[in-house]
Design a protein around this ligand. Sequence first.
Ligand SMILES: C[S@@+](CC[C@H](N)C(=O)[O-])C[C@H]1O[C@@H](n2cnc3c(N)ncnc32)[C@H](O)[C@@H]1O
Length: 270
Amino acid sequence: MQDRETYTHGHHESVVEQHAMRTAGEAAAFFKPYLRPDMALLDLGCGPGSITVGLAEWLSDGSVVGVELDGGVLEAGREQAREMGLSNVEFQVASVYELPFEDETFDAVYAHQVLQHLGQPADALTEARRVLKPGGVIGVREVDWGSAIVWPEMSEITRFLDIYHRVTARNGGDADVGRRLRALFNGAGFTDVRVGAGIWSFGTMELTKQWGESWARRVLESNIADRAVEYGIASKQELEEASAGWLRWSVEPDAYFSFSHGEAVGWKAA
Ligand SMILES: C[S@@+](CC[C@H](N)C(=O)[O-])C[C@H]1O[C@@H](n2cnc3c(N)ncnc32)[C@H](O)[C@@H]1O
């Protein structure tokens, strides 16, 4: 394991269960128009692999490899692939900085919510470009927590947003990296770069309950809690207040939360 940064969330079940709800249909919709069923695709930092298996369904005549630093979380992806009867997807432990593949192996590279956790996202994109074939396409979606809209305003959640930004930065990441994707793609030498935005919004009782309850747990139980205290960014009591704030928000009939994600597509020149 390299030591360039610390993965902010860790793999506590409160984190993984939230990530495992993600689907290719939602998280990679912006990238689908550029994919063909016979492509070989690499999914960087695939986590529990729920998006990876969806990509494998799309690439029915091709193949998908998911790579991830944490071997434990990959089991979820392997199990889901078995349940879905997919034989064109595999999962490997690897760092996005040192991919265990020859130059020009893949037709497509995809990454979802990974660059925000990296101290050297530019290095990761350069490595991704190395394993892309000439003419290959890359699609990346990354959050921009700085675009968060929370209603009603609650001081505990405002404080949480500050804690989240500062813990991510201290870990070596950038919680607002979504706004930098065009710059990062241009810097890594991708061509015909195009960046749009996807919005996550939570504005029904079911969604605010699920989002608020998830953060209420994560702020107390995941790595964010430990690091916030260790770094002196928040006290245990402040985290408990943030957690209570999320719970209060989650059942507020007027509650609304949204934030935007940069969605970038680019090519390795043919
Ligand atoms: C927020 S999760 C996203 C997982 C998945 N892409 C998704 O959206 O559901 C970020 C993942 O990146 C992984 N990760 C962080 N740094 C990494 C690195 N240097 N190489 C490979 N994976 C890394 C973490 O272990 C974590 O599982």
